[in-house]
Design a protein around this ligand. Structure first.
Ligand SMILES: [Zn+2]
Length: 161
């Protein structure tokens, strides 16, 4: 949909089904090819465990009929990545994708707001005493001196402008 992984400051992932969906479109598939050959985009198949978990959750939520194989694959891959300790952010404007992601406690952003740093709602927190730093302009915890970590604020509906 126009997202350029080369412009991102973090690793991006996609699933083989997305490559298949983009095959007939010159622009997106060209960006996909360049990005994956440069190592900025990893094409990775989700585990069958995550695939069935996502399909089951989608069925419960009633969203399964509107999700494509690629949609389910992307959510399942995010589930795999979060199990590896990463903090994936699913980029999709699809309400069904966002709804299922939300049901699995996965963070998502709509394409319109993704990658725009100031709109990214980071929360800074102390990994030792879990205090939040509301201003986000300190590097260490004021209580215990531990270096702060940050994570995208989840469970928030992305709003279109
Ligand atoms: Zn602390």
């Amino acid at each position: 949909m126009g997202l350029d992984p080369l412009g991102l400051e973090f690793d991006s992932y996609s699933v083989p089904e997305v490559t298949d969906e983009l095959r007939q479109q010159t622009g997106p598939s060209y960006r996909l090819a360049i990005s994956s050959s440069s190592g900025k985009l990893r094409i990775q198949a989700p585990t069958t465990l995550s695939l069935s978990e996502v399909a089951e959750r989608a069925r419960v939520l009633g969203d399964k009929v509107v999700l494509s194989k690629a949609d389910i694959g992307v959510i399942a891959l995010a589930l795999d990545l979060s199990r590896e300790g990463k903090r994936p952010v699913i980029v999709s404007d699809d309400y069904a994708v966002q709804n299922v992601a939300d049901g699995l406690n996965l963070v998502y952003q709509s394409l319109a707001t993704f990658g725009i740093r100031q709109r990214f709602n980071w929360v800074y927190y102390c990994p030792a005493c879990f205090r939040r730093n509301p201003t986000g302009d300190l590097e260490v915890c004021q209580v215990c001196g531990t270096k702060l970590k940050r994570k995208p604020l989840g469970k928030q509906r992305a709003k279109r402008n």
